[in-house]
Design a protein around this ligand. Sequence first.
Ligand code: BES
Ligand code: MN
Ligand code: ZN
Length: 490
Amino acid sequence: MEFVTVTTAPQDWTGDLLCVGFWQDEVALTGDVAALNDRLGNALQEFLDETEFKGKPGHAQVVRLGAGSPVKKLALVGLGKRNGSYLEPYRQAAAASAKAAKTHKARQLGLYVPPTDQPADALTAALTEGMLLALHQDNRFKSDPEDKPPVLERVEFLSISGGQAGIEQAQKVVSGVILARELVNAPASVVTPTTLAETALSLAQTYGFNVTILEREDCQRLGMGAFLGVAQGSDTPPKFIHLTYTPAVTPKKRLAIIGKGLTFDSGGLNLKTQGGIETMKMDMAGAAAVLGCFKVLGQLQPPVQVHGIIAATENMINGHALHPGDILTASNGKTIEVNNTDAEGRLTLADALVYAEKLDVDAIVDLATLTGACIVALGDDIAGLWSTSDDLANELLQASSATGEKIWRMPLEDKYFESMKSPIADMKNAGGRSAGSITGALFLKQFVQKTPWAHLDVAGPVWSEKGNTYSGPGATGFGVRLLVQWLLNQ
Ligand code: BES
Ligand code: MN
Ligand code: ZN
């Protein structure tokens, strides 16, 4: 599929599907849109009169035009409420346009959005991202996909000069998001810790990253008792993955990103009996975001050094599995009473955080499908953010508003750590029912000494049962664009 910008005005465009974007409650025929209406013999005005189209975000209404018309079909596409500083409306409108093109089997799509102050590259990047993300569908496991791939061949962004760099950047970013989606969607029998390690090795091969895979014995030597405790109940070997991207220039910053990499979370002996176990292949979505981010780093080559760290394992039950009540010693010497084997992510992250801090980086960000409690607090669309550094938190919030991947800062309320006090060890791994996502974050904090650190609980937004604006049902690839944006902003 080819993306181009053209200076052609909508009234001069010919092709299968012409999409015209409108801000919500500003559905008026002015300027080029008025000229288009004239060219179409008032068809646009009649269409508007007959429909309830208000320009709501993500809405598209399609009509077939008469034979002899320069465009076969016309789509009215909603941008939502006008808000000068955000690109998200363009992503959503582009996604709606792409879906319309798919439904209506269009080969050529022309997209016109109202004139804007946004730089051309930012605009075309958002439009391209929205389209490619919406069109991606994962048919790898279907013998005969009913949902046939789109026939779209060429997309033209109308009335725009420049913007080609934005298109190319978006194509690279989306390739990372799709890698993350595919890793998360694949069942736990397909994506194992070994598969994650192989993915890291193959990215390293393609883009020239440094890569180290630590085996169980290597982790033992490093004293990673918390991570290995989780891994001991699985017949599949754990892999501790360390990827490093080093830019050709002197790095402006040295950063670490950590992804929770549970390729399946059964809960262990605290088995998940209350539902939710069916989707626990997605418990490596943090790891997938890190790998997806590296795929983008390799292509964009920003001037920062980035370490990617994944302590990959399953949380399973065999004769060697953790007993509730077992005491583990993490690689910083701290002891943990495992009062709940289903609070396993934080055990794997504990050793990953200790390892990351030894790399002497300027900041550490972890992404983890850590708690169901975070979904209760923030729902399916918003990740929780905890940070020991206001600067780091604000950088991530800024990247969030640029990418439309929503995050919300939550408190690191030290007092709540009382619920994790253990009479026999330094701490328990699970607190009580209240503030479950905060106590999870506070547990992680015990494994970071002085490096600015942020934790993103992505349990909600990495997965969408029904699908949303620009992702089908299943994995969303959440976190890749956020991480990339944060790294590019350094
Ligand atoms: N992987 C789960 C969290 C999760 C739940 C992610 C639903 C995505 C969707 C995590 O390992 C877990 O089981 N957390 C427990 C923690 C509790 C035992 C303290 C939870 O949320 O119930
Ligand atoms: Mn769990
Ligand atoms: Zn888990």
